[in-house]
Design a binder for this molecule. Structure first.
Ligand SMILES: [Zn+2]
Length: 406
């Protein structure tokens, strides 16, 4: 396998084995025909890009996506403040155009539209693009790539701001994508991308590894990538999104001065060994230790006759369950707040998803918190106050195995 950014042969350092598509919940009838795909990660010794060894065709992953972003109030507030911040920083006005790549149902673009700025969304999930268009957010139901960018350029589309959250890690043909960005970016424009930061992986937050995420970016690798298509990363910020994300600012060379943030973070990455395969091999060993520790705990609790339920079934939770081999032998049941998942079976492990009230009815001894990144929020949820009062305990599996309320 060759690097998707620079073409150099990549070195495998971690394998999660055969993994189902962790966002694809199943009906009982779909279980026998469930597909699994290899999930292993490699490192490019030439440009330092961490990436999957094999990918699933994007058509299988994104054409019929069930996630609608506007459902969360917190997310809408985030969209508004981000639009305000970017509009002020780049002095956007009614003549400016914001293009969002992977714009989903248009929540972020709506916030720009409310500021009187011109907008265009691009999202390959046809069902979601349709929802956006119906709401007055012009959205092309396409994958963003160089061919589409050239078509847009021919039609006179040039962006003052290109924005993309959680897309840069998802696109296998990343060089073609980057060339597309260059094609529609105005000479003085900026492209802003937000994505999970590689640092999390090295802190044992391995459950962000799944088929949708082809890349696990360091700033070192990103700088190399954008430089190769003739663009420049001129600023970077770390954000708390998704348990640790990066926001990068890209422009045509010389359009903006390179911020000290870029230099500082690259130095930190070199210090931490992000440019060395041995760092990643060590990470792989640490995750194996984490697995052994959690499995020993669950086995001990089961042998003592304790009941254990899993709290919520996010994509990352399904990665953990499948890779660790946590199935019906360990878990009595699983619950999730999202109605869209209730009554369906979890990918790979085939646990029926129940609503939260199953916890109040059956009072399991332990809740395995799979959305560990918001563990505090879960433990302090008013809905779980009763459970806690009666001695219900919480197991946090990542990045360290911890038990609360013991
Ligand atoms: Zn490379």
């Amino acid at each position: 396998m060759n690097c998707r950014s620079c073409g150099f042969p990549i070195m495998k350092f971690f394998s999660l084995g055969q993994m189902p598509l962790v966002n694809s919940f199943l009906t009982k009838e779909q279980i026998p025909s469930e597909a699994k795909f290899d999930l292993s990660v490699g490192f490019c010794p030439q440009c330092c890009l961490v990436q999957l060894m094999e990918t699933v065709p994007p058509e299988k992953l994104f054409r019929d996506y069930i996630y609608f972003s506007s459902t969360s109030k917190l997310f809408l507030e985030h969209c508004r403040s981000l639009a305000d911040e970017l509009a002020a920083r780049f002095k956007l006005n009614p003549d400016s155009l914001v293009v969002e790549i992977a714009s989903n149902d248009g929540a972020q673009l709506q916030a720009f539209k409310d500021l009187g700025i011109k907008i265009l969304g691009i999202d390959p999930a046809a069902n979601i693009a349709q929802v956006a268009n119906a709401k007055g957010i012009p959205t092309l139901p396409e994958f963003f790539n160089l061919a589409l960018a050239q078509k847009l350029q021919t039609e006179g589309t040039q962006a003052d701001l290109i924005f993309g959250a959680n897309v840069l890690a998802h696109v296998p043909s990343i060089v073609d994508f980057a060339k597309g960005v260059k094609t529609i970016l105005k000479p003085g424009g900026t492209a802003v991308f937000e994505f999970p930061y590689l640092k999390g992986l090295l802190e044992k937050k391995f459950d962000t590894i799944y088929h949708e995420h082809v890349f696990y970016y360091s700033l070192i690798a990103l700088r190399n990538l954008w430089h190769s298509v003739g663009l420049e990363v001129y600023d970077v910020e770390q954000t708390p999104m998704q348990g640790g994300s990066l926001e990068i600012f890209i422009a045509h060379p010389g359009a903006f001065a390179i911020s000290d943030n870029v230099k500082i973070l690259i130095n930190q990455e070199v210090q931490a060994g992000f440019d060395k395969i041995t760092t990643y091999q060590k990470m792989s060993d640490e995750i194996q230790n984490l697995k052994n520790e959690l499995m020993a705990l669950l086995a001990k609790l089961k042998s003592e006759g304790r009941t254990i339920a899993a709290y919520s079934a996010p994509a990352k939770g399904n990665v953990l369950l499948n890779y660790f081999g946590i199935n019906q032998n360990y878990l009595d049941f699983i619950v999730d707040k999202a109605e869209a998942k209730q009554g369906l079976y979890t990918p790979g492990t085939h646990l029926l998803v129940y609503p939260l009230n199953k916890i109040y009815e059956t009072k399991p001894d332990y809740l395995l918190v799979l959305c560990w990144n918001i563990a505090d929020e879960i433990i302090n949820m008013p809905e779980l106050a009763e459970y806690k009062k009666h001695g219900g305990k919480f197991i946090i599996p990542v990045p360290e195995v911890k038990i609360f309320n013991e």
